[in-house]
Write a protein that binds this ligand. Structure first.
Ligand code: SF4
Length: 261
């Protein structure tokens, strides 16, 4: 019987040689993701940046260092968390992911969610947020938790956003401070086996309510307002409509993934 590690290795091999979208022609390395397959927390960013593309690893460089600091503040180590992105290959010049690229790559993320089966997912930036919070504004819902079939999903700004907008640094720190309490609730819910779909955010605990008193900051910069994704801003003229504003079609089947079925 194939083990989880073997399934992950096969998946990573498929991703590294994937040609399902045009990003395969411009990447240096695909970045499947990394972390323990029994991680309780899964962080999902947007797409590899320049450094990630070079090294084949997610969240390296300044934003990765800040993510490690945020995790530490939440009592977590980077090594204990599974980290990946919506897209596994870098968009040229760090432009925003295109809807067809997100669709082409979506089944890989679904397989990773199935493999890791985390208790808590932290979405970093608007593109991973859109998977669970379509047509929502990150400036309004960041730090709030939504429970979906026992999975607790928490939208956060992308750490790189704090590199562009200094006032987001404290917002991220405050949002990550909620993770320990959310994780405790997720553990209890998993033990109870009472996961169910919730259409409204779960009521915050007393501790979380205290954090909720932190003023939410509206960001005037359009790119940062949606969680600026990577260290480099998108070049002028290459901005594309946010997928948050678009309803994504269901993912098509991915031929290479059938070996995992
Ligand atoms: S579908 Fe994903 S893994 Fe495949 S080429 Fe596109 S971005 Fe890379």
């Amino acid at each position: 019987m194939i083990t989880a590690v073997e399934r992950a290795d096969e998946l990573y091999d498929v991703i590294r040689t994937c040609t399902l979208c045009a990003l395969s022609q411009t990447r240096t390395n695909a970045v499947p993701g990394e972390g323990p397959l029994d991680a309780e927390v899964m962080c999902i960013g947007e797409a590899p940046g320049l450094n990630e593309d070079k090294e084949g690893k997610p969240f390296v460089g300044a934003s990765g260092q800040f993510l490690s600091e945020l995790l530490a503040a939440a009592g977590l180590t980077r090594e204990s968390v599974y980290i990946c992105n919506v897209l596994k290959c870098r968009p040229p010049s760090n432009r925003d992911p295109l809807p067809n690229e997100i669709e082409a790559c979506s089944e890989y993320l679904d397989l990773q969610l199935d493999l890791v089966d985390p208790l808590v997912v932290i979405t970093l930036g608007r593109f991973s947020m859109a998977k669970w919070f379509p047509k929502q504004a990150i400036s309004r819902i960041h730090g709030n938790v939504k429970e979906v079939d026992g999975l607790f999903v928490v939208p956060m700004y992308h750490p790189a956003a704090a590199l562009h907008q200094g006032n987001l640094r404290q917002v991220l720190i405050d949002d990550f401070a909620r993770i320990p309490a959310i994780l405790e609730r997720a553990r209890a819910r998993r033990v109870e086996g009472q996961g169910k779909v919730a259409t409204e955010p779960v009521q915050p605990t007393t501790a979380e309510l205290a954090v909720d008193l932190t003023p939410r900051i509206e960001i005037p910069n359009p790119s940062a307002a949606n969680g600026a994704p990577r260290d480099e801003p998108s070049p002028p003229g290459q901005q594309v409509p946010s997928p948050v504003e678009e309803r994504l079609e269901p993912a098509k089947s991915v031929e290479q993934i059938r070996l995992f079925e």
